[in-house]
Design a protein around this ligand. Structure first.
Ligand SMILES: Nc1ncnc2c1ncn2[C@@H]1O[C@H](COP(=O)(O)OP(=O)(O)O)[C@@H](O)[C@H]1O
Ligand SMILES: Cc1ncc(COP(=O)(O)O)c(C=O)c1O
Length: 263
């Protein structure tokens, strides 16, 4: 069984972040290990983020990368430029297949990631990645093409992100692209693939992006090629949204990654 590492934030409600990643790894038969960068407390209308000290983050990475064979890594929320740079330094020492989920936007509310974080993502993390999985907002910020409202703009954004040094890009249309279809676009080198599923009219979508990129990472680790990994990850997330768990009526429906009870 492959060891797969997620470097990301913890989510107090466990819809997204490290919790969603580990649940997804478990479901897809890889052994998940984690380095936590920050702790997100999901509150009404906002997300409170507490960043861990750089030494603590570095220690986790050293613990994992120096003692375990790890060939596949996913990054989610890194939280600040210092963390992003120490992650890059570690990953340059231990070359891996890297999936970057460039988390800039939470469905639960805005985060305060600054322009220098986006610049660091573009200039230092993305060139280390095998594939990145921005949603429409993130693709707009990474490509400088804002706002993205059409399929043609999804293609252009992916091409622009490739020029940053990341050979493969999945732009997720998700719930954000208007229409009745949840469309994702993969730019795989020069090849392109469109993935479509009916848009599900449910609120159980928190953590969908984390789960999607975690599933891609796990599937790559089990030997699936990227276009098929994206197709399967999309099916996995689609089932997850459709059978999402409502953890509190007061909070509304909250997606729970691995608990996809299929009646
Ligand atoms: N309402 C929905 N119905 C079906 N699929 C969806 C829906 N919302 C998102 N998806 C899919 O879930 C995956 C994650 O997308 P998205 O939610 O946009 O990511 P993020 O969490 O990063 O914003 C993509 O494959 C997207 O197409
Ligand atoms: C730590 C952390 N990372 C990432 C996310 C983003 O989740 P999503 O997959 O809905 O984009 C969340 C959302 O709650 C989170 O708490």
């Amino acid at each position: 069984m492959e060891n797969v590492l997620t470097i990301a934030g913890a989510d107090s409600l466990a819809g997204g972040g490290i919790q969603a990643d580990l649940k997804t790894f478990e479901e897809l038969d890889v052994f998940g290990v984690s380095a936590i960068t920050s702790v997100a407390s999901i509150l009404p209308g906002k997300v409170a983020l507490a960043q861990l000290a750089p030494e603590v983050i570095n220690q986790q990475l050293t613990s994992i990368l120096s003692q375990l064979p790890v060939r596949f890594v996913k990054t989610g929320l890194l939280g600040d430029v210092t963390t992003l740079d120490l992650v890059c330094a570690q990953l340059r020492q231990f070359p891996v297949w890297l999936v970057v989920d460039p988390v800039l936007v939470f469905k639960e509310g805005a985060t305060d990631l600054a322009a220098d974080y986006i610049a660091a993502l573009r200039q230092r993390l993305l060139p280390l990645a095998y594939v990145t999985t921005p949603n429409l907002d993130e693709a707009a910020q990474l490509s400088g093409l804002a706002p993205i409202t059409t399929r043609e703009q999804m293609r252009t954004a992916a091409q622009r992100i490739q020029t940053l040094g990341c050979p493969n890009v999945v732009v997720k249309g998700g719930s954000r692209l208007a229409g009745t279809v949840a469309v994702d676009y993969l730019r795989y080198g020069e090849e392109e693939y469109w993935f479509e599923e009916p848009k599900i009219q449910k609120k159980t979508t928190d953590g969908a992006g984390c789960t999607f990129s975690a599933a891609i990472t796990a599937l790559l680790a089990t030997g699936v090629a990227l276009p098929q990994a994206v197709a399967q990850a999309k099916q996995f997330v689609h089932a997850g949204i459709d059978h999402g768990v409502v953890i509190s009526e007061q909070l509304g429906s909250v997606w729970q990654g691995a608990s996809r009870r299929q009646e």
